[in-house]
Design a protein around this ligand. Structure first.
Ligand SMILES: Nc1ncnc2c1ncn2[C@@H]1O[C@H](COP(=O)(O)OP(=O)(O)OP(=O)(O)O)[C@@H](O)[C@H]1O
Ligand SMILES: [Mg+2]
Length: 253
């Protein structure tokens, strides 16, 4: 029996008067990949931003409902937002390495966070994070080279490694392979499958085949609402809602 890591109840989110998430209820389990799919503007990115309170950065944002992380409310004023963002890491569609060395991309934030971390501890953290992101073998002899010299697929695995170096519990990925070729995409998908036992992963993708390949559970959002949620092969083989069927068979719109 898997444990619920994130418990979402009656979540509603507005940008000014515009509703981006309407009455969302969802449980997200530890040790699984939740695939979140849906057409443009359905609220997927907004949902990820709520989960690490990045949505706070939008002045007109209004949020209602409840999101519990390990049973503790994250939407209220009592939440330690910096601590939350360390626990809930995010990887974006476009990899944005710091214009520094591969090593520094990983060591920079952990060094700031724990001021007196010893060099050998940082070395170990860098190595372990690169190994977990399946990048170590390709870069171990050039850790001092600029991260900007890496290929797009390598940069995306570097960004994943950078998130892992913060030792999060939850990893949010917003269309992490949208700019990548099929081989780089496959590397990322393999990596996520390896990582899922130690983390809770939410993968947003417009690529329904990717969601079908990688995710354990799938959620389908349409126009700010959760239309369908279930075990991945069941949703793909026997969707309960006509909208889901239309979307996954490419008949949408
Ligand atoms: N910062 C913002 N200010 C105002 N409205 C926003 C903001 N960000 C998103 N929205 C609106 O909220 C709605 C949901 O957007 P969101 O980015 O969450 O969708 P999405 O499902 O991630 O779409 P896509 O597949 O295009 O990435 C859209 O109508 C969008 O225009
Ligand atoms: Mg988006």
């Amino acid at each position: 029996m898997l444990a619920v890591k994130i418990h979402v109840r009656d979540l509603t989110f507005h940008y000014g008067s515009q509703c981006a998430i309407q009455g969302l209820n969802l449980d997200i389990y530890q040790g699984e990949i939740l695939g979140l799919m849906g057409p443009a503007k359905s609220g997927k990115t907004t949902f990820l931003r709520v989960l690490n309170r990045m949505c706070d950065l939008v002045p007109t944002a209004r949020v209602a409902g409840s999101v519990l992380l390990d049973g503790a409310e994250i939407l209220g004023p009592e939440c330690d937002v910096d601590g939350l963002r360390r626990r809930v890491g995010m990887v974006f569609a476009k990899p944005v390495p710091l214009p520094r060395s591969i090593y520094e991309n990983l060591a920079f934030a952990p060094r700031l966070q724990k001021k007196h971390q010893h060099r050998h501890e940082l070395d170990e953290l860098v190595e372990n994070s690169l190994k977990a992101a399946q990048l170590w073998e390709e870069v171990k002899d050039r850790l001092r080279d600029s991260a900007l010299k890496l290929s797009g697929g390598q940069q995306q695995r570097l960004c994943l490694a950078r998130t892992l170096a913060m030792q999060p519990e939850v990893i949010l990925l917003d269309e992490p392979t949208s700019g990548l070729d099929p081989i780089s995409t496959a590397r990322i998908e393999e990596t996520l499958t390896e990582l899922k036992k130690d983390f809770t992963i939410i993968l947003v993708s417009n690529n329904t085949k990717q969601i079908a390949r990688c995710s354990d559970k799938v959620a389908f959002m349409l126009m700010s609402r959760l239309v369908e949620y279930g075990v991945t092969p069941e949703v793909f083989m026997v969707p309960k809602q006509k909208e889901t069927d239309d979307y996954i068979s490419g008949r949408f719109g």
